[in-house]
Ligand binder design. Structure first.
Ligand code: IPM
Ligand code: MG
Length: 358
């Protein structure tokens, strides 16, 4: 029996509730596919920090490296300095495990979920490859004369050739794989999104991307500045197949992308280092106002489980989960993928489990 060691960080707010449903689905599919799961729980969260003043110690990051994958719920708490625990846990995982790809699929399962008129599932099916370890998230910078009228605040955007190259290469390979899986003769297309007109150092992306492109002559390439990308995502989302972009732009355009899918409640992501321990999470936050009410939509967390299974090479199990979510949303039984759907967090998990077993 194949067995996997999976770290679980439910985190804050709605994190524990949606993670519980993700694990429910994971266990159901593991039983069906004959997979053995060893779940290792980690308490790191804002709540835990408030109680213990403890952030993630380096020894735990080393321990995470020995796992097959990590599942994360959400981090964030209104009573704590913004970003303190997020940087320790989320960025601790991303930077600590060098998870240089943040893979964020934007797939609409049913037209009723989409806020755009005249757009349906055939128009909205693309993937954002967000560079995940550098850019404006470098943490290099600081304040001078803080809290005085002369305060100076500096943050450095860091773009390395290695970072741009490996993200671009991953995106080209993904575009190739998607075209092969579609098998419909529709060509693969990869769009680089940056702001190399106003932020000239972004042209390291232009050059690294162009160099990698030489290894993929069959893939059509395109380019958009990030502002125009936002426009095209609304106007002509069908133009996109795979997008590769910087850390910050990827953060921003994937919230926009989540809305195209129906909302933050369904968007999932994989923080990936190919061949090494990787982390999977819904892209939504801890949504404190919905915490503990059993109303949050768990489909993002459940889709993150599907991404984890795919990453682990458990394609059949991943497809079971992905198809179950797709079937459920296409059934018309789910009016929205948010806290106002009228379907509780646990009921939604049960609805997916039922379809996983079909
Ligand atoms: C995301 C989140 C995080 C980010 C925050 C919580 C640090 O917005 O995963 O998109 O900015 O990457
Ligand atoms: Mg974000």
């Amino acid at each position: 029996m194949t067995s996997y060691n999976v770290g679980v960080l439910p985190g804050d707010g709605i994190g524990p509730e949606v993670t519980r449903e993700g694990l429910k689905v994971l266990q159901a599919v593991a039983d069906l596919e004959g997979l053995q799961l060893n779940l290792v729980d980690y308490p790191y969260s804002s709540e835990y920090y408030l109680k213990t003043k403890e952030l993630v110690p380096d020894s735990v990051i080393d321990e995470w490296r020995t796992l097959d994958a990590v599942l994360l719920g959400a981090i964030g708490h209104p009573d704590i300095e913004p970003g303190l625990v997020e940087r320790s846990v989320i960025l601790g995982l991303r930077f600590g495990l060098d998870l240089y790809i943040n893979l964020r699929p934007i797939k609409l399962y049913s037209a009723n979920l989409c806020p755009l008129k005249d757009k349906g599932p055939e128009d909205i099916d693309f993937v954002v490859v967000r560079e995940n370890t550098e850019g404006m998230y470098s943490q290099i910078g600081g304040h001078l004369k803080k809290n005085t009228p002369d305060e100076v605040s500096i943050v450095n955007g860091v773009y390395t050739w290695k970072g741009c190259e490996r993200a671009s290469r991953y995106a080209f390979e993904l575009a190739q794989r998607r075209a092969a899986e579609r098998g419909d003769g529709a060509g693969a297309k990869l769009t680089l999104v940056d702001k190399a007109n106003a932020i000239r150092p972004h042209d390291i992306w232009t050059r690294a991307f162009a160099q990698v492109a030489k290894d993929f002559p069959d893939i059509e390439t395109d380019h958009a500045y990030v502002d125009a990308c936002c426009m095209w995502m609304i106007k002509n989302p069908e133009w996109f197949d795979v997008i590769v972009t910087t850390n910050l732009f990827g953060d921003i355009i994937t919230d926009l992308g989540a809305m195209l899918q129906g909302g933050m409640g369904i968007a999932a992501s994989g923080n990936i280092h190919p061949g090494a321990t990787s982390m999977f999470e819904p892209i939504h936050g801890s949504a404190p106002k919905y915490a503990g009410k059993n109303v949050a939509c768990p489909l993002g967390a459940i889709s993150a489980v599907a991404m984890m299974l795919d990453f682990l090479g458990e394609t059949a199990a991943a497809n079971r989960v992905e198809n179950a979510v797709g079937d459920l949303l296409r059934s018309g039984d789910v009016p929205s993928v948010d806290a106002r759907s009228g379907i509780s967090t646990s009921e939604m998990g049960d609805m997916v489990v039922k379809r996983v077993r079909r």
